[in-house]
Design a protein around this ligand. Sequence first.
Ligand code: FAD
Length: 493
Amino acid sequence: MKEKVLIVGAGLGALATALRLVTRGYEVEIVEKHHQAGGRLNQIKQDGFTFDTGPSFFSMSYEFDELFKDCGMENPLEMNELNPVYSVYFSNRKKPFLIYKDLEKLAKEFYDVEGDFVQKAKGYLAQAKALFHDTENVIVKRNYNNLLQYGTSLLRVPIKHSPLLFRTMWQELERHFDSEEVKIIFSLVAFFLGATPFDTPAVYSLLNYTELEHDGYWNIKGGMYKITETFVSLLEERGVKFHYNTEITSVITNGKEVNGFVDQNDHVWKADKYVCNADAAAFRGKMLGRKKFTEAKLDKMDWTLAPFTIYLGVKGKVENLHHHNYFLGDNFKSYADKIFKMSVNPEKPYYYVNVSSKSNAACAPEGCENLFILCPVPDLRYKPDWQDKEQLAETILKDMSERVGFDLIGNRVTQTILDPVDWQNMFNLYRGSGLGLAHGLNQVAAMRPKNKDEEFDNLYYVGASTTPGTGLPIVVISSKLVTERIEKDVPVI
Ligand SMILES: Cc1cc2nc3c(=O)[nH]c(=O)nc-3n(C[C@H](O)[C@H](O)[C@H](O)COP(=O)(O)OP(=O)(O)OC[C@H]3O[C@@H](n4cnc5c(N)ncnc54)[C@H](O)[C@@H]3O)c2cc1C
């Protein structure tokens, strides 16, 4: 008889794991709290507009190829490489910087701020490239059963990279570049880890290599939600059953194994093995009552920034916006230092804007545009009250209207705002943190909550807060690692 696996949650981590498991002959069933699949990779439809709720692009596209190859098929996702990769607007400069992978072209963007750019960037990226390839398989894409294994793996990383452990990303950029503009733009990748360059270790400069040289950034033809839809239809064709509006609220165990998950209606869901796609740290605390993950201890951990998102449909075309745009002020360091621990909204917020209707006309009615605006804000530990959300949204829209020369407020057709409380409630994101546990050196690899439970033999974890970490391709790697665990089971310490 086939072994049955129950997966809690239908985020990308769950969907990718389910596909690997059905391919290997397991029977898979999925229960999901939200009314549709995708988790953070979700979709909102309103008034003729379609919005992707969270991710708007991704790096390491080859991880999707690996996943589908592992499942015996060609990658069915139609992926587009972004070129330019993105654009960056500074408040004291009218024209945005367009960021290209081609360094000669990029040097032209920086001609008036950074001399010898190509040479400096080549030196910086060569170091980041070496680090990426020296750690990708040795440290990141692997399971650890204990700390000794991790220590042994670290010894295999060439010693020349060790200074990067002791500097921040910003300090490393200061060693290579002179202009504030280049340093700021190269440091934006820290925000993809949900932190600032001033508290992100320099080892993550390897992300500059992934964006500017290695594989670049990609999105999906037809919108990011096509990823979720593709997985759901492949899984349904293979007999996987999805149960939506079903939240797991407690766990039945015999002390050694999980015997069932109980939902909000007291229905008991049973299987041979269980995979949890809910946050791997918060679930251990809230559902399993683990002492290492009590609320007080979870609050002391480092969490990524919370999202404040606006989904805006406007009448007319916003010519001065590109596909992916960053809007920054002129006080980067003081903003990044202070803003994420404050309980009030910033007067001049920094934000990111994606306009998917630029390349996918079906996302907006004719002659209209759909804007996804993401402003990283403090998580609910620092700012629990979001009654002022409309005010922050209007501040952002006024600022952007001036900077792009288009009246977004006057031409507004539809709008939804999601604040950190909404994000927390929709997907059980701890304190509304957008990307899950942060990636400081004390919270990665063997130090991150493991993908196999410490006490229950048949319970596993996949997703952003377990190994290796957050982001779409990384969560796809997480599905590979948990599948390996399920297949070759060994206890973890
Ligand atoms: C605003 C935003 C923008 C982002 N942008 C990008 C980007 O551009 N590129 C990128 O690569 N990454 C991006 N990310 C990160 C990326 O979305 C995540 O790393 C990834 O989607 C996490 O997938 P997951 O499978 O771990 O979890 P999730 O997507 O969180 O899925 C977990 C699922 O479990 C369900 N669940 C939780 N608890 C229970 C329960 N008790 N019972 C039943 N179901 C439960 C939730 O409802 C959810 O559907 C972004 C994230 C956010 C929030």
